[in-house]
Design a protein around this ligand. Structure first.
Ligand SMILES: Cc1cc2nc3c(=O)[nH]c(=O)nc-3n(C[C@H](O)[C@H](O)[C@H](O)COP(=O)(O)OP(=O)(O)OC[C@H]3O[C@@H](n4cnc5c(N)ncnc54)[C@H](O)[C@@H]3O)c2cc1C
Ligand code: FES
Length: 296
């Protein structure tokens, strides 16, 4: 069963779990979701209903689209990589084959692809690697040289290292504790990968702190950063304003924009990282509509 949301390029479908596999610290779920693959692009995300039809968890939970398939044994499918965190993700990771899950996808803006072949570095932190393999494929189809830098706190929190070796022309792995690859952060090795490859674009997905460092390193080494943020989202469709974050426009003005519809992919150098940190996003004083002393 499927319904188009007013021709906006989003579908809501009654999905069915095909497989739920454990991959290190994560669960890799494949869900039958006809119609999604035809509309989706790398960098977009899916909002999944959690808890079943009688659940008090009314808000959907958002996940990067890892893979999509337009057809196959089960009809169209989508894949997501889920870290069990709170009640919603625990419910999802507990699902078995044939269980139902309601799907709204694809949401958000995809990663912009370069018009000309240009070397690119794709950087993933933990499950943030999930959307990068499909992106790597799209970039290589366009003739781009693609390298990946995958990082995590420890080996079990890395996602997709084996797949990366197939999807990319070169792979560098880092872990905070040195249990796999080079000890340290992705940002510690990124500069040398950008210099060696002459990368013009760095694409990244992962925690906010990582995206900020990736942006700084990319800029310092002459590359543009395109970052996919994972801000808390409640509605996922631009209605509730839970997900707003300060981003400079091309006119230099900072506005609070909705990361679910204006993002989740932003040019890193336009994000006001100075107002984001410690799990809190502030409204910078110079942002349009910021509260003024004595104002109402
Ligand atoms: C674009 C995007 C991509 C993501 N991709 C992945 C991924 O690939 N894999 C993965 O594991 N995780 C991903 N996440 C994170 C994932 O959505 C959260 O970890 C998940 O929502 C946690 O749900 P929970 O019920 O387990 O945890 P909880 O912490 O109990 O619930 C978090 C949810 O509560 C709601 N919420 C929280 N704060 C507020 C608030 N102040 N007002 C209203 N609602 C609120 C939101 O719906 C939020 O998603 C992504 C997030 C985003 C935004
Ligand atoms: S999550 Fe509701 S506006 Fe973005």
């Amino acid at each position: 069963m499927s319904a188009s949301a007013g021709g906006s390029g989003v579908v809501q479908v009654a999905g069915e779990v095909v497989a739920n596999r454990r991959v290190g610290a994560y669960h890799h779920l494949t869900i039958v979701a006809p119609g999604v693959a035809e509309l989706a692009r790398p960098g977009q995300f899916v909002a999944l209903a959690v808890g079943g039809p009688t659940s008090a968890n009314l808000l959907r939970r958002c996940f990067s689209l890892h893979k999509v398939k337009a057809s196959g044994t089960y009809g169209g499918t989508l894949d997501v990589v889920v870290a069990a965190h709170g009640p919603g993700t625990q419910w999802l990771t507990g699902l078995s084959a044939h269980d139902a899950v309601d799907v709204v996808a694809p949401l958000g803006r995809p990663f912009p692809l370069p018009a000309e072949p240009v070397p690119c570095v794709l950087v993933g932190g933990g499950y943030g690697s999930a959307p990068l393999f499909w992106l790597a494929e799209a970039l290589r189809e366009r003739g781009c040289h693609v390298e990946m830098v995958l990082g995590a706190a420890s080996e079990d929190r890395l996602f997709g290292v084996v797949e990366a070796r197939r999807s990319a022309d070169g792979v560098t792995v880092t872990t905070d504790d040195g249990s796999a690859g080079r000890r340290g952060w992705v940002s510690d090795v990124l500069g040398e990968v950008v210099d060696r490859t002459g990368a013009g674009v760095v694409y990244a997905c992962g925690p906010m702190g990582m995206l900020r460092s990736v942006t700084e390193v990319a800029q310092a080494h002459g590359a543009v950063a395109q970052v996919a943020v994972e801000e808390s989202m409640a509605c996922g469709i631009g209605v509730c304003m839970t997900c707003v974050m300060p981003v400079r426009g091309t006119d230099g003005t900072t506005r609070m924009v909705r990361s679910c519809v204006e993002g989740p992919v932003f040019r890193g150098d336009l994000v006001r990282w100075d107002a984001i940190g410690g799990g809190i996003t502030r409204v910078p004083e110079d942002a349009v509509g910021a509260p003024r002393p004595g104002g109402h």
